[in-house]
Design a protein around this ligand. Structure first.
Ligand code: EPU
Length: 338
């Protein structure tokens, strides 16, 4: 039964562990719940924000509106020749889906092991790690249109995926709520170990012909060794995006900093490693008040306990300023600031 709660703490619902309140809060278990929710007059007049795992948001103040937590569950799969179409409810925990696929021998998302958050957020952000992006395995998603209450299907082309980008963060922001996602996986594994750290980890384990479970275990091991566990140290993964710059801008950077860590992109631009830029500015592992950057990965901002959202936000501004003055490059936040 749909419940709309009032004036509740959001601390359990954001991985930064920031203690702010929402004026209204509703947890959604089905598409019917969504329809019922938007019949409510009070709800229709509120500004709203959708959360899944709350792992990509920084609350800097009480939320004067409605927070909708999507908990729509269920995973089903259909095998057609060597393709497997797996459909998961938006509220499934992302890593539970990865484990389900690895256990069933469905290949394609094992490199995305242990990414925090839920299935519904995965196309919005076009999540990615270790040489694979969501768009590589995305078939379609279903989304509830807030204005009409209708469910619409979005194909790959509809989503306009980019680096940590999609139409749901752009043009259609705030208009749709993703209810399920269908992935196109494979029953004949094509292992992708092109990302150096995976190769190294597999070699260290003495594995020559890895299967998807080996890749998943290697990726999980790398992540655990580099990234803080949000259940003990509040964080939202990479706080900034890796900046993508054009060749002219890059020429300026590399002239002054010949060792700058960088990668070519498909559209002939250059992606810089933000973690490297931040580390070079002396921020890696720094603790400032209750916040700081993580000791093993400077791109991750953490809550060492009791941090407020504004404290984390101001700290992120200091980082942006110092990267700008050292490298002339502007970092963009990846995390949603509310
Ligand atoms: N680096 C440093 N210092 C640091 C951190 C990184 O010098 O403190 C250097 C590394 O040595 C490496 C390069 O920067 O040469 C890239 O580092 P890493 O492989 O850790 O990846 P990343 O670019 O920092 C991105 C994603 C992560 C994803 C990893 C692995 C973004 C914003 N982040 O990080 O995604 O897990 O690649 O594929 O694209 C997330 O989005 O929340 C996230 C964690």
């Amino acid at each position: 039964m749909l419940q709309i709660q009032e004036n509740i703490s959001l601390k359990p619902y954001n991985s930064f562990g920031i203690d702010v309140k929402a004026s209204y809060f509703a947890e959604i278990f089905s598409e019917d719940d969504l329809r019922a929710l938007f019949l409510d007059e009070v709800v229709r007049s509120q500004k709203l924000f959708i959360i899944g795992g709350g792992s990509n948001v920084l609350f800097t103040q009480d939320y004067n509106g409605l927070i909708i937590k999507i908990s729509i569950k269920g995973i089903k799969s259909e095998i057609i020749e060597d393709k497997v179409y797996v459909t998961a409810g938006a509220g499934e925990v992302w890593n539970d889906l990865v484990n389900y696929c690895v256990d069933h021998g469905f290949a394609g998302i094992e490199n995305l092991s242990l990414i925090p958050g839920t299935v519904g957020a995965s196309p919005i952000q076009n999540i990615g790690a270790y040489g694979v992006e969501l768009k590589d395995v995305f078939e379609s998603c279903a989304a509830f249109e807030i204005k009409t209450g209708k469910i619409k299907t979005f194909t790959y082309a509809d989503c306009r995926f980019g680096y940590r980008e999609s139409i749901f963060k752009g043009e259609l922001k705030g208009q749709y709520i993703i209810t399920s996602v269908t992935f196109r996986l494979s029953s004949a594994a094509k292992i992708n170990t092109s990302y150096g750290a995976i190769e190294t980890e597999l070699q260290a384990r003495g594995i020559e012909n890895p299967n998807i479970a080996d890749v998943s275990a290697a990726v999980s091991h790398i992540r655990v060794s580099k990234l803080p566990d949000p259940s003990t140290i509040g964080n939202a993964g990479s706080f900034f995006k890796n900046p993508v710059i054009d060749k002219h801008e890059f020429a300026d950077v590399v002239a002054k900093h010949p060792d700058v860590v960088h990668y070519p992109t498909a559209d002939h631009k250059i992606k810089l490693a933000a973690g490297w830029l931040i580390e070079q500015c002396g921020w890696k592992g720094k603790i400032v008040g209750n916040t700081g950057t993580w000791k093993n990965q400077a791109l991750v901002l953490v809550n060492h306990g009791g941090a407020t959202g504004t404290e984390v936000y101001h700290f992120s501004e200091q980082i942006i300023d110092s990267v700008k003055s050292t490298f002339g490059v502007t970092l963009e936040r990846e995390v949603n600031i509310l």
